[in-house]
Design a protein around this ligand. Structure first.
Ligand code: DLL
Length: 434
């Protein structure tokens, strides 16, 4: 099933005509209404009329998270404040929050894109959708909520937290679709088992999981444990929220990005030059339809690649490879670049380990060092010390072989790593505390 059949299957030539028309309108709008963009265009010697093809987007200046912070809270709005009906914000661990505004039409468009996403994930109006993303300034809860209602499904606004109660209501209300972070789905699974509930036995059939990086190995683990299809959903608050892209249930091979609303580029994060199709780099997004706070060439920091080959679901929108990680989260351990997701893949391929882990980054002298802490399952935990040591050594060897880094491996007891109700905290940075 496809929600917006006309749009989601548009032949690429027609899609590009539409994108160019929207891009031209966008540059006119931001030049006229956003002093920040007028200045940055002027500084780069660009006039809106210079944009004559989609490829010309590369002449436009980038927008970075810091630009949003510098114009905190409302400095990048392109419409009068009276026209803004909703504000979201992402807290960020450092510095000021990044604020995002929406007009009425922006909220409607977002609901449509989320409805499209839910349908791509395999949901229909007959589903009962349990939304366990946090409600509030975070875009996850309300984003999924409006999409589910737009689809006409029964929507349960659960939000995050109260995990025991969530499990009971998941069972009692008979949810068939759940929206939450992939790590939270595993926390729900464990909590359910403790209450004597096996999620596999419930009517739940689809999980719409995103907001944090996760791996194919994690998908397999979730699908087996919960007995559902686990679908990857991508989004970021600066651009809209969840629903910027979603995998289709037919292929489960990369998130289709909603290209009628977003113009995509992959750039080399160091040289900032656009990369050819298929290459891995940083995803850069230009919002083609946003009214309240359109962004030109927003640097997402997410590392991925785009696949333009046809998909068996019939959608023509490009597919984004699973996000490997954020360039900000890349660790450099003795000169070797590592993403937490690469470690996750290795851990989950090892028998006896659970999908609960943390990476402790410390500094010794001038060098960063890595300690991988991972929970073992009950059976292994009660095993003899020497078997545990052997397992630790095996993981260390695999990490060295596959990633080229030396990591200390600490096997910890079941349920000792703190569970998260939203985005999992995988990296513990101890560099400034030691
Ligand atoms: O996490 C929006 C969202 C909510 C997406 C619910 C999906 C589901 P932010 O808090 O602004 O917004 O964080 C955005 O999270 O730049 C990525 O680094 C990461 N991220 C989001 N989805 C995925 C995903 C929401 N499917 C940042 N895979 C993004 C990997 C993801 N990383």
């Amino acid at each position: 099933m496809i929600f917006d059949d006309d749009m989601e299957t548009l032949p690429r030539e027609e899609l590009e005509v539409l994108q160019l028309r929207r891009l031209k309108g966008l540059v006119d709008r931001v030049y006229a209404n956003v002093p920040f963009y007028r200045k940055s265009f002027d500084d780069a010697g660009i006039r809106p009329s210079d944009i004559q093809s989609l490829a010309d987007v590369r002449y436009l200046p980038f927008t970075e998270k810091q630009d949003l912070r510098n114009h905190y809270p409302y400095g990048l709005f392109a419409v009068p404040k009276d026209n803004v009906v909703r504000i979201h914000a992402s807290s960020g661990t450092t510095g000021k929050a990044t604020v995002v505004g929406y007009t009425k039409r922006d909220v409607e468009n977002w609901a449509t894109l989320m409805a499209r996403s839910l349908v791509a994930a395999g949901a229909t109006k007959r589903d009962i959708i349990h939304v366990a993303y946090g409600y509030g300034l975070f875009t996850g809860g309300l984003g999924a909520h409006y999409g589910a209602e737009r689809l006409g499904a029964t929507t349960i606004p659960m939000s995050g937290g109260s995990t025991k109660r969530q499990v009971i209501l998941l069972r009692d209300f008979g949810a068939t679709v759940i929206c939450c972070t992939p790590s939270y789905s595993l926390f729900l699974y464990e909590t359910a088992l403790e209450s004597g509930i096996d999620i596999k036995e419930l009517p739940l059939r689809i999980g719409v999981f995103g907001a944090e990086p996760w791996t194919e190995e994690m998908r397999r683990d979730i699908e087996t444990k919960l007995g559902i299809k686990a679908i990857d959903i991508y989004g970021l608050s600066e651009i809209m929220g969840p629903g910027v892209g979603i995998e289709c249930i037919e292929a489960q091979a990369g998130a289709h990005l909603q290209e009628d609303h977003f113009l995509l580029e992959i750039i080399d994060p160091v040289t900032k030059e656009p990369l050819p199709p298929g290459e891995t780099g940083e995803l850069v997004i230009t919002t083609l339809c946003k009214e309240a706070q359109p962004l030109i060439r927003y640097r997402t920091r997410d590392i991925t690649s785009l696949n333009f080959t046809p998909c068996r679901c019939g959608r023509t929108f490009a597919r984004m490879h699973r996000v490997m990680g954020r360039s900000d989260d890349m660790l450099i351990i003795r000169g070797v670049n590592v993403f937490p997701s690469q470690i996750e893949s290795i851990l989950l391929e090892t028998q006896g380990l659970t999908p609960h882990y943390q990476l402790l980054v410390k500094r010794e002298g001038n060098l960063d060092t890595l300690e991988v802490q991972v929970e073992v399952d009950e059976k292994i935990f009660s095993d003899e010390i020497k078997n545990l040591q052997r397992l630790g050594g095996k993981i260390q060897k695999h990490i060295k072989e596959f990633l080229g880094v030396t990591a200390a491996v600490k096997l910890v007891e079941p349920r000792s790593i703190q569970r998260s109700e939203g985005k999992a905290k995988r990296i513990v940075d101890m560099r400034n505390s030691s």
